[in-house]
Design a protein around this ligand. Structure first.
Ligand code: NAD
Length: 258
């Protein structure tokens, strides 16, 4: 499928998990892709090379720390063009609000929310000049609902949904759309990492946390997959979605219908 042939997609935080899955699906649809994370290891570049070879597209890896505004803007500059921007980089930390470490709060707000402001600000002028662009923000079911012990994450993801709506209004009618995808639980390294803390918070074993805490809110009782999130992003980049803007698409097994 060559739906996105000739388009360049930048996906932040894409050397693992959802970001990598989104990059895979965009490349499968023909887009040239730029992978990113804050590390700059040979395996990061090898990951991009293998992805490009699998789909016969150009795939590069550009290191940039999404907790730093100047790095976010430099990523867009270094890529030399951005038709599709997927703001995906994100981290999680679980603690009660009155015990929440200030540095963790600041880091989550910077990576999960402010990075999308900086990359979007840097990418929009080029999109406006071309009269075509797609900004897709990977928010979360936690951009629409809350859970205890996730104050920074929930605040940042609600912020991402608000930012998406605002950008959509500012570029409406210019061939550019901006939307937020709101996944429920997807079994990625980010989710794996929060299982031990959640086990402590709830005094439960691993299987019980997965069943009773995580998937308890997901009526399908199934994790969403990175391929499903990637496919949703491809849809938002397709002509079928030209009038889909300023909205959220939930991929959450029914979580937010409850
Ligand atoms: P993950 O930990 O597998 O991936 C996170 C990515 O962000 C990694 O590539 C990591 O290297 C990158 N990253 C972290 N800090 C960075 C920084 N400072 N600069 C650049 N890159 C950085 O997690 P994931 O589950 O794939 O999460 C991806 C996105 O999806 C996040 O925004 C997350 O909030 C969101 N999300 C995940 C789930 C889920 O259940 N996994 C659900 C809803 C939303």
């Amino acid at each position: 499928m060559a739906l996105l042939r000739g388009k360049t997609a930048i996906i932040t935080g894409s050397n693992s998990g959802i970001g990598l899955g989104v990059a895979e699906e965009l490349a499968r649809a023909g887009a040239d892709v730029v992978l990113n994370s804050f590390t700059d290891r040979p395996e990061d570049h090898a990951l991009a090379e293998a992805l490009g070879a699998r789909h016969a597209v150009s795939a590069r890896y550009i290191a940039a720390d999404m907790s730093k505004g100047e790095d976010c803007r430099a990523l867009i500059e270094k890529a030399g063009g951005c038709d599709i921007l997927v703001n995906n980089a994100g981290i999680q930390f679980v603690a009660a609000v009155d015990e929440f470490p200030v540095d963790k709060w600041n880091q989550i707000l910077a990576i999960n929310l402010s990075s999308a402001f900086h990359t979007t600000a840097a990418a929009l002028p080029g999109m406006k000049a071309k009269g075509w662009g797609r900004v897709v923000n990977i928010a979360s079911a936690h951009g629409l609902t809350a859970s205890p012990f996730k104050s920074a994450y929930v605040a940042a993801k609600h912020g991402v949904v608000g930012l998406s709506k605002t950008v959509a209004l500012e570029v409406a009618g210019k061939g550019i759309t901006c939307n937020a995808v709101c996944p429920g639980y997807v079994l990625t390294p980010l989710v794996e990492a929060q299982i031990p803390d959640t086990m402590k918070q709830y005094n439960m074993d691993r299987e019980t946390v997965i069943r009773e805490v995580m998937l308890q809110r997901q009526p399908s009782r199934q994790f969403a997959t990175v391929e499903q999130i990637g496919g949703t992003v491809v849809y938002l980049c397709s002509p079928h979605a030209d009038q889909v803007t300023g909205t959220t698409i939930s991929v959450d097994g029914g979580w937010t219908a409850l």
